[in-house]
Ligand binder design. Structure first.
Ligand SMILES: [Zn+2]
Length: 232
C-alpha cells in the first residue's frame, strides 16, 4: 500500500530503489536485522516503535561506515497529540539515546552512527486521521515516507495506513499536495529537479521535509540517472 504510488517522481524513485535493492549489501541486510531485533527489545521495554529507513539502508547500499538514517515513529508520553518535541520528549530520548545507541554498542560488532531525520508521533497521526484534513503536515509526511521508505515493524503503522487508505478523498487531497510540490519537475531530469524550489513550496504548504531527506532524494535521483540511463 503506497499512498503516492502513481506519482511519476515517486515511481522513479521506487524504480531506482528496487534496482539497487537487487544488489543489496550484507551491511544493509545486517542493519535491517539489527533494527528488527531492536524493535522487539524496545517494544519489550514498553514502547510502541517503528522505523522508516531513508538513504543507504533504504537502497540496500549501506557499507561498513554508513550511518543509519531513519524516520522514528513513536507515541509521545501522556498521550500528547502534537508534533514530537526533540528536546523535551522523554519517550524520544529514551528510545533514541538510551535504547538504540546502547543496543548498537552492545550488540553490533562494528557500531555505526544513527540519525533520526524525522520523528512522527503516533498520537498526532491518530488525531489527524480523525480530523481527515488533507493539509495536515503530519499526514503528508506519513504518506510520503510510507511511499518511498523501507519499514521495520510495519505492523505498528498498518492500522494508521489502513485508516488513511480507507479515506479516498483524504488520500486524493494529499496526492494533490504532492502534485503541487512536484509541479514543474521533469521526469528523470536532475537539472530540473530543483529541490530548493521543492523545499520552498513545501514550506508554503506548511510541510517540513528535513533537508537531509531532500538531499538524499536529490542525490539518489541524480545517481540513478547517471548509472542507469533513461531506459529502465
Ligand atoms: Zn515525542
Amino acid at each position: 500500500m503506497n499512498p503516492f504510488a502513481q506519482h511519476p517522481v515517486i515511481e522513479d524513485y521506487n524504480l531506482i530503489k528496487r534496482y539497487f535493492r537487487e544488489y543489496e549489501t550484507s551491511h544493509s541486510k545486517n542493519r535491517m536485522q539489527d533494527f528488527r531485533k531492536f524493535a522487539r527489545m524496545i517494544q519489550d521495554a514498553g514502547y510502541q516503535v517503528a522505523f522508516d529507513f531513508v538513504g543507504s539502508v533504504n537502497f540496500g547500499q549501506a557499507d561498513t561506515n554508513s550511518d543509519v538514517d531513519f524516520v522514528l515513529y513513536l507515541a509521545c508520553e501522556k498521550s500528547y497529540r502534537g508534533e514530537c518535541d526533540e528536546t523535551h520528549c522523554r519517550t524520544r530520548h529514551q528510545i533514541e539515546n538510551l535504547l538504540i545507541r546502547t543496543l548498537i554498542r552492545e550488540y553490533v560488532v562494528r557500531p555505526y552512527e544513527i540519525q533520526v531525520v524525522d520523528c512522527l508521533n503516533l498520537n498526532l497521526l491518530d488525531a489527524e486521521l480523525e480530523r481527515g484534513d488533507a493539509m495536515s503536515p503530519a499526514l503528508f509526511r506519513f504518506a510520503f515516507y510510507r511511499s518511498i521508505c523501507r519499514c521495520v515493524n510495519a505492523r505498528v503503522l498498518k492500522p494508521y495506513l489502513n485508516r488513511l487508505m480507507a479515506n479516498p478523498p483524504l488520500v486524493e487531497g494529499l496526492r494533490s499536495e504532492l502534485a503541487a510540490v512536484f509541479d514543474g519537475l521533469n521526469r528523470w531530469s536532475p537539472h530540473s529537479i530543483s529541490f530548493s524550489k521543492y523545499k520552498s513550496r513545501l514550506e508554503d504548504l506548511g510541510v517540513r521535509i528535513p533537508d537531509s531527506m531532500l538531499e538524499k532524494i536529490r542525490s539518489h535521483l541524480a545517481f540513478g540517472k547517471d548509472h542507469m540511463g533513461e531506459g529502465i
